[in-house]
Design a protein. Structure first.
Length: 213
C-alpha cells in the first residue's frame, strides 16, 4: 500500500516542498496566482524541469504568448537546458492557442495529450491560463475551468496553472472563483521593502495536507 509520502509530488523548488510538508498530493491541480513579474513562469518551468531531471517524471509546458525559443533562452539563463530534455524525450513544449488547447482537453483522443502520453508525462505547466476561461460565448467561466480540471485529472497529471491575479488597492488579491475548484492555491507577491524587492509565497489552501498550510 502506498504511503502518504510516496503519494506526494516533490516540486524541487527550493523551500517550497518544506512549506508543503514534503510536496503536493499527486494529481492535484494547482493554481499559481500572482501579478506580472512575481515569477509565475519561472516557478512553473522549474516544477517541470526538476521533475524531469531529479525525480524521473517527464513533463509538458504549454505556452500561448511566450514562444518556445524565448522560454528556452530564459531557462538557459537559469542553468536549465530545456532543449536537452526535449531531445531525451523528457519534455514537450507545446505552443498553441487557448481555443485549441481548451478544445483538446475535452476530447478523449486529444492530439496534445497524446504527445504527453508518448513521453509518459506526469507533470504539466500551463502558462497564461487565465485566458482559457474567457473563451466560448455564453459559457460560464467556472464551468469552463471545471472542464479543464477534469481533462487534466483524467490524464493523471499533476498540473500547475499560472493565472495573473489582480491586486486590489489594499495589496490583497481579489478572490477567484477558480480557487474553489482547484486542489492547491499558491499565491506569489512582489513587495517593496526598504528600497528592495522582496518575493513572498503563500499557500492559500492545499487539499490532501493535514491542517492549514
Amino acid at each position: 500500500m502506498a504511503t502518504a509520502e510516496s503519494e506526494r509530488v516533490r516540486t524541487g523548488v527550493r523551500g517550497l516542498d518544506t512549506i508543503l510538508s514534503g510536496g503536493i498530493p499527486r494529481g492535484n491541480v494547482i493554481l499559481l496566482e500572482g501579478a506580472i513579474g512575481t515569477g509565475k513562469t519561472t516557478l512553473g518551468t522549474e516544477f517541470v524541469y526538476r521533475g524531469a531531471t531529479e525525480f524521473g517524471e517527464p513533463g509538458v509546458i504549454v505556452v500561448f504568448e511566450v514562444s518556445p525559443d524565448k522560454l528556452t533562452r530564459d531557462a538557459a539563463g537559469l542553468g536549465w537546458d530545456l532543449r536537452a530534455l526535449e531531445e531525451r524525450q523528457l519534455l514537450r513544449i507545446i505552443y498553441t492557442t487557448r481555443d485549441v488547447f481548451r478544445q483538446e482537453l475535452q476530447q478523449a483522443d486529444s492530439l496534445l495529450l497524446d504527445e504527453a502520453n508518448k513521453i509518459g508525462a506526469r507533470r504539466i505547466f500551463i502558462d497564461g491560463a487565465a485566458g482559457l476561461l474567457q473563451l466560448g460565448a455564453g459559457q460560464n467561466p467556472r464551468e469552463t475551468f471545471h472542464i479543464l480540471v477534469q481533462g487534466l485529472q483524467r490524464e493523471n497529471l499533476t498540473a500547475i496553472l499560472a493565472l495573473e491575479a489582480i491586486a486590489l488597492s489594499n495589496g490583497e488579491f481579489s478572490s477567484l472563483h477558480e480557487e474553489s475548484i482547484a486542489d492547491t492555491v499558491i499565491r506569489l507577491r512582489l513587495e517593496d521593502l526598504q528600497r528592495a524587492a522582496v518575493h513572498s509565497i503563500e499557500i492559500v489552501k492545499s487539499r490532501g495536507h493535514d491542517g492549514a498550510a
